[in-house]
Design a protein around this ligand. Structure first.
Ligand SMILES: NC(=O)c1ccc[n+]([C@@H]2O[C@H](COP(=O)([O-])OP(=O)(O)OC[C@H]3O[C@@H](n4cnc5c(N)ncnc54)[C@H](OP(=O)(O)O)[C@@H]3O)[C@@H](O)[C@H]2O)c1
Length: 228
């Protein structure tokens, strides 16, 4: 399948590499290709320069956001939360029209330091804002509640016996995304409802960021126990 991955951070890179391993044709989007390739230092998250990563992942082609979105039958939104709408506008409404958009973004505001706060919450979510801004795209929020390595390979912990959520308005789009999640190795995907239900998983982030500080590792996730 042709998949466009919007974002060059750890999330975009993790999905792009895993999708290539699964046999997909992946194009990764960035704002400015030559500027992204000219960076030769590790980024603020400690990720190596993108050029080095692309050398190790030659099947991933780097293009502007718009070309990556156009390429994708499915588009993954791994843009910084503060700039997600801006980035998707660069991708272009015409290139997102009718497509399944897997939205992994979090509305995190780091402007007042750590831990970050949420710049949208409670009565709205970033997932909903994206859906309202791109009404013809089919937004499915998922995987925003765990770190990138676990998103694409949940079996790294407890053989995948932990949970992710899925929110979206379009049942067929959710079916497509669940299939992809199962290909990643997810066994426990809970459909929590329409795109407004993305408020819950986005509001999990304040506890996630505090757990990161306490556990000193990003390799953890939430597991639900419940009566069936
Ligand atoms: N890190 C994690 O493990 C994790 C876990 C769950 C969810 N998330 C969410 O996933 C998303 C990606 O996270 P990340 O850590 O991989 O990377 P990130 O640093 O949050 O975002 C990197 C991407 O955002 C784009 N970007 C930054 N400023 C922009 C602007 N003004 N306009 C348009 N695009 C802009 C960058 O574009 P360029 O390529 O042009 O630089 C880059 O592609 C975020 O929303 C984050 O909250 C992250």
């Amino acid at each position: 399948m042709r998949i466009g991955v919007l974002g060059t951070g750890i999330v975009g890179r993790s999905h792009a590499a895993r999708l290539v391993d699964l046999g997909h044709e992946v194009v990764m989007g960035t704002r400015d290709v030559s500027r992204s390739l000219s960076v030769n230092t590790v980024d603020y998250m400690g990720n190596p320069p993108l050029r080095e990563w692309l050398d190790r992942n030659p099947q991933v082609r780097l293009t502007p956001f718009s070309e990556a979105a156009k390429h994708g039958e499915i588009v993954i939104n791994a843009i910084n939360g503060m700039h997600a709408l801006e980035g998707l506008h660069l991708a272009g409404n015409e290139n997102l029209d009718g497509k399944v958009i897997i939205d992994i973004t979090n509305p995190l505001d780091f402007s007042r330091g750590m831990p970050p706060s949420l710049f949208i919450s409670n009565t709205d979510s970033l997932g909903e804002q994206i859906q309202r801004s791109f009404p013809s795209a089919r937004i499915v929020k998922t995987l925003n509640t765990m770190s990138a390595p676990l998103q694409v390979n949940p079996r790294l912990l407890m053989d995948g016996d932990h949970h992710t959520f899925i929110s979206g308005n379009d049942p067929e789009a959710k079916r497509v995304v669940v299939q992809l999640l199962e290909d990643y190795g997810w066994r426990n995907v809970i459909d929590i409802g329409d795109i407004a239900s993305a408020r819950g998983p986005e509001m999990v982030l304040p506890i996630w960021t505090r757990l990161l500080g306490v556990l000193k590792t990003p390799m953890f996730n939430f597991k639900l126990v419940y009566e069936r």
